[in-house]
Design a protein around this ligand. Structure first.
Ligand code: PBG
Length: 336
């Protein structure tokens, strides 16, 4: 059909052939706009009391609740892989209405932090600051008349952050979505002389179905109600930027958004607006979806993990919390 072919011949404006730069692996590598680096990844670690205690977390493949000695061993492994940091979540032996375990100096988080400080690993230690893992009702603050009381929760969050700073946390990360929580932490830390403890604010945190596997891991599903009166409506983007602006004004050193997959637009907007480092949390449900589909052979795990993290960084995050940190660090080494 030579006539047909010549009739369909399209005149390409000769200079615009973007495919040229896709024609070999070397060319593609040369012009790649976004590169992942293990140093920008943070691995969440769940810690419990005791020694040589390890409980696999069924909802988070490859993750366990570790006693502090084993958490240290896991942190060593992550440091050897070049992972940038660990984000600690504590699961206490006992919970109460005020979440008093959050600030206990003998709790699993401070104990792990002291071990990390002693080991001097090339790894940033970050402690999540929230009450939900420590309250018997599972809410992120204290209840007054069935509602989470914002201002009564602030001093409890500040006490927890102080306990973590004293145990050696490089960064504390308030995630309770209480108004004024960054300011409360900053003034408490400064008053106690912890001028160098940084704050990574969970600035834009939406109420989300993607936290399901985490709540199973931490046993922090609210007994009654949900978190919609303090976490943001996921429909709201301008409000997310307001939250970031307030947290920056209160002294946050890094601004985080989560879930990552539903916040890529916010990362891109925030990158234009703020000069602080931006972080994103690829949360438990995002990881679980990838694991489940990969297990069924519906997607290629490695391809999708790398693709999703690359998109998060491309959107504007320079730090990413991800349950795949160790895997990614291993793959990036192999690829070098
Ligand atoms: C609150 C907190 C949660 C997550 C991080 N910090 C749970 C929640 O808000 O319900 C979720 C992280 C994840 O899903 O991986 N302490």
């Amino acid at each position: 059909m030579p006539e047909l072919r010549s009739r369909l011949q399209v005149d390409l404006p000769g200079e615009r052939r973007p495919r040229r730069l896709r024609s070999s692996p070397a060319l593609r590598r040369l012009v790649r706009e976004t590169r992942l680096d293990p140093a920008q990844l943070v691995a969440p670690l769940f810690v419990v009391s005791g020694r040589e205690r390890r409980e696999e977390i069924s909802s988070l493949k490859g993750h366990s609740r570790w006693s502090p000695d084993l958490a240290l061993a896991e942190a060593r492994r992550l440091a050897r892989l070049g992972v940038g940091g660990v984000l600690l979540f504590g699961i206490p032996d006992a919970k109460d209405a005020e979440g008093s375990g959050a600030a206990a100096a003998g709790g699993p988080v401070p104990e792990t932090l002291r071990k990390l400080r002693e080991a001097k690993l090339p790894l940033v230690s970050i402690a999540d600051v929230c009450l939900c893992e420590y309250t018997d009702h599972g809410h992120c603050g204290v209840l007054r008349g069935g509602e989470v009381d914002n201002d009564a929760t602030l001093p409890l969050l500040a006490e927890a952050a102080l306990a973590y700073a004293e145990a050696g946390a490089d960064v504390v990360a308030p995630s309770a979505m209480m108004d004024g929580q960054v300011a409360a932490l900053r003034s408490a830390l400064d008053a106690a002389g912890h001028l160098d403890t940084a704050i990574m604010a969970y600035a834009s945190k939406h109420a989300s179905g993607f936290y399901g596997p985490f709540r199973e891991a931490a046993g922090s599903t609210p007994g009654v109600g949900d978190r919609k009166a303090y976490q943001m409506d996921s429909a709201n983007g301008r409000e997310a930027l307001l939250e970031m602006e307030l947290d920056a004004g209160e002294g946050a050193d890094l601004l985080m958004v989560k879930p990552a997959i539903t916040s890529l637009d916010l990362l891109a907007l925030a990158r234009q607006r703020f000069d602080l480092p931006l972080a994103a949390y690829q949360v438990s449900g995002e990881a679980a979806m990838i694991e489940a589909a990969a297990e069924r052979g519906w997607i290629d795990r490695r391809t999708v993990v790398l693709e999703s993290l690359t998109a998060i960084v491309r959107a504007g995050a320079q730090v990413v919390m991800t349950y795949f940190a160790a895997d990614v660090a291993t793959w990036l080494r192999e690829d070098r």
